[in-house]
Design a protein around this ligand. Structure first.
Ligand code: AMP
Ligand code: MG
Length: 318
């Protein structure tokens, strides 16, 4: 501590950092913040189509989930209309991912959260079709094991953060530790509440290390969840996905909405924003997420490394 009288948490965490240190961190933070507002960098005629920036939760403004219509799809009316556009966005993601991999300098972490049946698996399947499996990895998180529970709550997630060149997708994430944990009362509020701040610091540290963090909350209505659960029950090929636990969680719907709302409000930051994506229409959800990812990758502007000099003269011998 540089100042014996400072008492606030932020003063204390700023600690002994010098002015130069803080200025360097601020400059790096600003640079990352630009990347996650990609429409300002890569869209010639705003707003983009689909208009994904409207779903980004601006830091300090907060979100009221009841005011976001899960059935929203702008002017798009049916799946058929968006098939070619989704294909185009997938192609962009595949091309940009190849560059990210070749560049081998930075990475991307995508966090997917939703209520049961919200579409996390479907999003992964449809948005990442065509991406080189070598450059992309999915991590699904269930209730923690005994070993995982023995560590600080971020431990198991930090190990799965993407290394240089990679895109990692978290199918559920460290946010469960302020969601299910809160709703089910697995730990007291004194334990889960400070985690918002810890998560922000964690994601900030990742951002400054070259990891672009994007977070998507797939917003479905309670009625749509009922339809999807019923269809799981009715379809023999989907029955395996049904869990009696889903019905128990559904009874806590309002508690989950409150937990999501507060988590998103507290953790949508300049460098690691949340997008609240209307998700009753799967095809619209896919399109919004695909374009958000494609534009963000483009704003990162990954570059293939320069080839060795003199390659024009190279002859491959017989
Ligand atoms: P599913 O994604 O349907 O396979 O279910 C995974 C289950 O693991 C869900 O019920 C989650 O709520 C639960 N889960 C995931 N992360 C945690 C966590 N950190 N603490 C407790 N339960 C969790
Ligand atoms: Mg499930």
């Amino acid at each position: 501590m540089t100042d014996g009288t400072s008492t606030t948490g932020s003063r204390r965490t700023a600690g002994a950092a010098s002015g130069r240190t803080r200025a360097a961190a601020a400059a790096a933070t600003e640079d990352r913040a630009r990347t996650v507002r990609p429409e300002q960098v890569v869209v010639d005629e705003p707003p983009p189509e689909p208009d994904y920036p409207r779903y980004r939760v601006e830091p300090g403004t907060g979100v009221r989930l009841a005011e976001v219509d899960p059935d929203e799809s702008e002017h798009y009316q049916k799946k058929k209309q968006v098939v070619p556009e989704l294909e185009k966005q997938r192609k962009r993601i595949a091309d940009l991912q190849a560059r990210l991999y070749g560049e081998n300098r930075r990475s991307m972490l995508l966090v997917l959260q939703a209520m049961d049946t919200g579409g996390k698996d479907g999003t992964i399947k449809h948005v990442f079709q065509g991406v080189n499996p070598q450059g992309c990895q999915v991590w699904s998180f269930k209730a923690p094991s005994a070993e995982e529970s023995g560590h600080d709550f971020l431990w198991r997630y930090h190990q799965r953060v993407p290394p240089r060149g990679m895109i990692h997708i978290f199918n559920r994430s460290h946010y469960e530790d302020v969601l299910v944990v809160r709703v089910k009362g697995l730990v007291p509020e004194e334990v889960w509440r400070p985690r918002y701040e810890v998560i922000n610091q964690f994601e900030h540290a990742l951002a400054l290390s070259g990891v672009t963090v994007l977070k998507f909350y797939l917003h479905i209505s309670k009625e749509e969840q009922k339809r999807r659960l019923e269809s799981r029950l009715a379809d023999p090929d989907k029955r395996w996905k049904f869990s009696a636990n889903d019905l128990r969680e559904r009874r806590s719907w309002d508690d989950y909405m409150a937990a999501f709302e507060e988590a998103i409000t507290n953790t949508s930051t300049d460098v690691a924003p949340w997008y609240v994506v209307p998700a009753d229409n799967k095809w619209y959800r896919n399109l919004v997420i695909a374009r958000t990812i494609a534009d963000t990758l483009e704003a990162m502007d990954p570059q293939f490394p320069a080839p060795e000099a003199g390659l024009d003269q190279v002859v491959v011998e017989d």
